[in-house]
Design a protein around this ligand. Structure first.
Ligand SMILES: Cc1cc2nc3c(=O)[nH]c(=O)nc-3n(C[C@H](O)[C@H](O)[C@H](O)COP(=O)(O)O)c2cc1C
Length: 168
């Protein structure tokens, strides 16, 4: 498997904590783990396998820095690259915008030519609407440590096992 770059944005550090858990689950010390406020456009193009992490805030918006950098990333050259996205959200308090951030990132990175991998089932979640959905599946991994913290570790280990097969 080629080198992985993991880019995450967070408001109250929860997404950063999940990023660390994902890196540990890969057991990959060569993984580049970058806070989005420290990322440059060219950094994304330097990896064939990319993991993106974001939370969702204020009725379906990206956290600070993701929202600032995303407009600059609309013409990235990502053909042939694989992108997997994890998103934190709260399905009880925000059932109409649950993990929308996953969908917002998928849109931009797909426009750059990347293939989105790591799609997961919605089984076990209860919500009304989400921009993260395509054909009934999440376009990545949804993590809800606010209301389903006990499911997080298993969700991460299953997803990482899936990515080990789906990445180049
Ligand atoms: C004011 C506020 C707005 C939020 N808006 C949403 C939302 O629209 N959709 C969602 O799924 N979660 C929403 N959440 C839940 C956060 O995404 C969740 O708590 C997440 O774990 C925060 O991660 P972070 O600390 O990495 O930013 C919101 C939380 C707060 C406090």
């Amino acid at each position: 498997m080629k080198k992985i770059g993991l880019f995450y944005g967070t408001s109250t550090v929860k997404t950063a904590e999940i990023a660390k858990k994902i890196q540990a689950a890969f057991g990959d010390t060569t993984m580049g783990v970058v806070a989005i406020e420290e990322a440059w456009r060219k950094d994304f193009e330097g990896y064939d396998n990319i993991i993106l992490g974001t939370s969702t805030w204020f009725d379906g918006e990206l956290p600070t820095y993701w929202d600032e950098i995303l407009p600059d990333l609309d013409d990235l050259k990502l053909k042939g690259k694989k992108v997997a996205i994890f998103g934190l959200g709260n399905q009880v308090d925000y059932p109409e915008n649950f993990v929308d951030g996953i969908g917002l990132l998928a849109e931009t990175f797909e426009a750059g030519g990347a293939t989105i991998v790591g799609l997961t089932s919605t089984e076990g979640y209860t919500f009304e609407k989400s921009k993260a959905l395509r054909d009934g599946k999440f376009l990545g991994l949804a993590i809800d440590i606010d209301t389903q913290a006990d499911k997080t570790d298993k969700r991460i280990s299953d997803w990482v096992a899936q990515l080990k097969k789906e990445f180049n």
